[in-house]
Design a protein around this ligand. Sequence first.
Ligand code: UD1
Ligand code: CA
Length: 475
Amino acid sequence: MVVLAAGEGTRMRSAALPKVLHGFAGRSLLGHALAATADLDAGATVVVVGHRRDEVTAHLSDIAPAAVPVVQAEQHGTGHAVRLALAAVPDDARTVVVLPGDAPLLQASTLRALVDAHDRLGAAATMLTSELADPTGYGRVLRGDDGDVRRIVEHKDATADERAVREVASGVYVFDAAALRDAITRLSTDNAQGEEYLPDVIGIFVAEGRRVGAAVVPADETAGVNDRVQLAAAHRVYNDRLLEQHMRAGVTVVDPVTTWVDAGVTIEPDATLLPSVDLHGTTHIAAGAVVGPQCSLTDTVVGAGAALDRVVAKQARVGARVTVGPFAYLRPGTVLGDDAHVGTYVEIKNSSVGTGSKVPHLSYVGDAEIGEGSNIGAATVFVNYDGVAKHRTTVGDHVRIGSDTMLVAPVSVGDGAYTAAGSVITKDVPAGALGVARANQRNVSGWVQRTRAGTAAADAAARANEPTEQTEGET
Ligand code: UD1
Ligand code: CA
């Protein structure tokens, strides 16, 4: 199998990335092309690299370590690219599949069917084509009066009559290896672009009386991505396909238009995705969980029956029946035990929250272990950073942390202990103790009337103090 990925991709207008490293749904364009070959038992995968080949090769070794990169230092056309690639295709390969690196919508089942049709036909070449409403830019498939394919003409070389043809070559071919090795050496560069065109092989085969097959498939399988408008359009098609698979498998997707999932995401039946949800990487949603509205989850596991409302999570594990949000941020290393609750404006990082424990409001939990059945009062901060290093905090089972407690790590609070609201806890609190670490209150009687005379507060205080000479509080 040969994937062509040497081109420059000028129309992407990208300084950051070579074209085939752009992508969507958690995969590069190159990754999508390789995924289309999943159902073939391809003996060897050869990827032609050229433009920014160091980056493309590095990426390839990440996603497909067994693939062999072949360098096409100067891009003299798709035929030239295949000619170079054939040097790396094993001699005993009977069939060679050629794919463009920029056609991410091709499905594995379609490619499998094309190879099967090719084998049945005993053809020299079998290609995928599509009928396009606007075929501008593509190679046109020219057929004879008998309907058989004669040759392919590139847009730039086509006459006005030929340009009126709406059937285009997709760039996806299955070749008999021997026939390809023979014809590829005879390509001419006498054309508008001065390149060796791979599609010219088709005309050569027909002229030699060899058999050529073509399968016409819907345009959304063969669309090429040359710019970012086409990238977004391809992503939309791909996402719709994924969502349809999930829905047919029993997942409720309330608003497919605002729901985006990566290829690697898994969702069990009877999970529900509410509007505006994006799920990335290896995220897994268990049965009965409700995610959304407005959640963005990356590499996160959501347990059965959990409910996440307006949550951003990365590399977090959420147990069964846990409720999170609205408005919570779960950062890497967050582990929420079954039946836990994390509420509004809570951020958690590298911490575990035990079964049934609650962090309901306005808190930061960093580098901590919280046991079972504990409650972390509103606006508690796990003060984990001393400006140089991070330290850990341990909170036991059935602990009550008072509101606005600062737990200055390293510190631990034992099982069944309490902390008083507003405490700055710098020393360990033993099991069952109440940790109090705050100044005692003092009331300065009559202060407002003396120092803020004439204000609404002073007037209100005067009215409240009128009936008796002596107020009840301390003086
Ligand atoms: C190509 C086809 C055209 C087809 C269209 C489908 C040719 C001459 N034309 O046109 O018939 O309708 O795809 O999308 O094949 N590449 C190399 N080395 C090169 C040139 C290209 O590796 O020297 C790679 C590119 O990186 C790309 C693929 O081949 O992945 C297709 O090249 P591109 O320049 O995009 O061809 P199109 O003009 O789209
Ligand atoms: Ca292209």
